[in-house]
Write a protein that binds this ligand. Structure first.
Ligand code: NA7
Length: 552
């Protein structure tokens, strides 16, 4: 497999594969392609590797999956040699790990930093992609892999007056590289998702006063973060083969934990409470896997939601603040559950106040205040913890043109359509890593990234061996997959929340449950079966006679 010599765009450089993004997905993809002897070029808009961990430098930023599991498994040497310092490593350490991987596998020489991919256009005659970058260059490639990340496109809220605010405005996912000192300042933070919940306790320790503007309260479980002891690391390392296997095949979300053997209503009140207490004491995302029906049965879910509300009520001393912090409008877990360190406790501090902006939305931002219900909350600095245009946002920023010049944005105007979350019909030789329609954000991302990268790499080997030049999703297979993803989601409680899983945080974005909720093991088996059947549901073509699948 080699890139053709006369691509349509007259591009000066030609590669087998262009990879967009040098986060965990892009880096591993590059590594695998090198191993196959393919030429690859990575374009990364940031100044370094790490993707979301390069940008999200806000105070308190950590992964919500334990570091011994939120780490690559493809190299045993790597997982044996890297020492994670804490149960949940802080962002700087995850970024350091990403840099270590880039150095260890000598990845940088094929990565061009500070370069955005603006446009990618498929030429049907030559079956190649022309990829135009922000430095004005165009290169050609037989394949393009979008490793653009699910949470990479910051959502800046459209609040009146934000542009006239006189003080600094920071977005959690585009945080400055130098440390920000809030000492002596009155700080306002808008947003109480994971980023807000992680940063509030840290900012509160510094700021003169912190005002938290909350639209929707979140269920949050204590992280119980702590240093990892050498013995704990050793236990993981000794058991990595079993742990990684379990994460790939047994755990729905790619995280190693005990599997529940019963539903919440199968236990009596006391036993159930004891189990919730034990999970609360242990901390972390696995709170939700104490029972097997919390995501399926509203009555079962109510028991867990009620338990967390009680905990908030016990923790927060002011009853009105406690009540405002207790989520009631959606089942627990149907928005991504948060994990925190002293989030609710922080509201007992005298320098922290909560403003409910659900009942009374922010009217406007003035030069020095946030106005709510006619009252000016004066602030010197603003933090926007308002999230992302998730799953499709970073792809949508690229002008991607497939067969017939149709853009991916046109095709996805009513919501993203993919086959397996890996390809979209009408866009040959364009792969998406952890795209919409795959488990992605409902899983330990690294587990899902490695699965997709390996699948794509195997697929490229198959194509090379079979003398195939093009591959794309078949329209019917894609329609069936989209319907299946939708059916599985609607068998659960998840669509009941206005979450970014549904696109509900972006005004005007179609409401479709984007990730595949069937579980990573089930999904992996489906992908493997499809590959074993000669990539069933994909249309493959030879260079001389490319077959055509009509774009939907
Ligand atoms: P999230 O989870 O999308 O949270 C964003 C928060 O910002 C959430 O509380 C939103 O309220 C709030 N928000 C968004 N827009 C506005 C406006 N216009 N006005 C007021 N409040 C607003 O993003 P995060 O960065 O915290 O976390 C994303 C994921 O990263 C997380 O799940 C982890 O997987 C890692 P809403 O709930 O929409 O009412």
């Amino acid at each position: 497999m080699s890139a053709p010599s006369s691509p349509a765009s007259q591009a000066s450089e030609a590669y087998d594969v262009v990879i967009v993004g040098a986060g965990f997905a892009g880096m591993y993809m590059l590594h695998r392609l090198r191993g196959l002897g393919l030429s690859a070029r990575v374009f990364e808009q940031g100044g370094g590797v790490g993707g979301t961990w390069y940008w999200n430098r806000y105070p308190g930023a950590r992964c919500d999956v334990e570091s011994m599991q939120y780490s690559y498994s493809f190299s045993d040497e790597l997982q044996q040699e890297w020492d994670w310092s804490e149960r949940y490593a802080p962002q700087p350490e995850i970024l350091k790990y990403a840099n270590h991987v880039a150095d260890r596998f000598d990845l940088r020489r094929d990565i061009q930093f500070e370069t955005r991919v603006d446009r990618a256009e498929f030429d049907e005659r030559s079956s190649t992609w022309s990829v135009t970058t922000s430095d004005g260059k165009t290169v050609s490639a037989s394949f393009v892999v979008l490793a653009t990340g699910c949470l990479s496109n910051a959502r800046k809220p459209d609040i009146k007056g934000l542009d006239i605010f006189k003080g600094p405005v920071y977005h959690t996912s585009n945080w400055p590289h130098e440390p920000i000192d809030f000492t002596g300042l009155r700080v306002g933070i808008i947003g109480t998702g994971s980023s807000g919940i992680q940063s509030v306790p840290v900012i509160a320790e510094q700021a003169k006063h912190l005002t938290v503007f909350q639209r929707t309260p979140n269920y949050s479980i204590p992280a119980r973060n702590a240093p990892l002891t050498p013995a704990e690391r050793k236990t993981f390392r000794d058991n990595y083969p079993a742990i990684r296997h379990f994460a790939r095949w047994e755990a729905r979300n790619g995280i190693y934990t005990e599997l529940p053997d019963r539903g919440a209503l199968d236990d009596g009140d006391n036993e159930r409470r004891a189990k919730y207490e034990a999970r609360w004491a242990r901390g972390g995302l696995t709170f939700m896997s104490v029972y097997n029906n919390l995501g399926l049965d509203k009555t079962a879910n109510d028991t867990a939601a009620g338990f967390v509300r009680e905990k908030i009520g016990e923790t927060v001393r002011d009853p009105a603040t406690a009540k405002a912090l207790q989520p009631t409008t959606y089942p627990i877990g149907t928005k991504r559950i948060c994990i925190d360190t002293d989030y609710f406790e922080t509201f007992n501090r005298p320098n922290v106040s909560l403003v409910d902006i659900k009942t009374n939305p922010i009217e406007e931002i003035t030069a020095n205040a946030v106005r709510v219900a006619g009252h000016d909350h004066e602030v010197d600095a603003l933090v926007l913890a308002t999230g992302f245009d998730a799953m499709t946002g970073s792809v949508a920023r690229i002008d991607i043109r497939g067969r017939g010049g149709k853009t991916l944005n046109q095709k996805w105007a009513e919501g993203p359509k993919t086959y397996l979350g890996l390809m979209s019909a009408g866009f040959p030789n364009l792969f998406i890593i952890t795209g919409p329609g795959s488990p992605s954000v409902l899983s330990n991302m690294i587990v899902s990234i490695e699965q997709h990268v390996d699948w794509i790499a195997d697929c490229l080997v198959y194509m090379r061996e079979q003398g195939l030049a093009t591959m794309e999703a078949d329209v019917d297979a894609e329609e069936k997959w989209v319907a299946h993803v939708n059916d599985v989601a609607h068998g659960t409680l998840y669509p009941q929340a206005n979450s970014w899983y549904m696109g509900a945080n972006i005004p005007g974005k179609p409401r479709i449950f984007m990730p595949y909720i069937g579980g990573v093991g089930v999904y992996r088996q489906i992908c493997n079966d499809i590959a074993a059947k000669g990539y069933e549901g994909f249309v493959m073509g030879r260079a001389e006679q490319p077959r055509r699948a009509a774009a939907s």
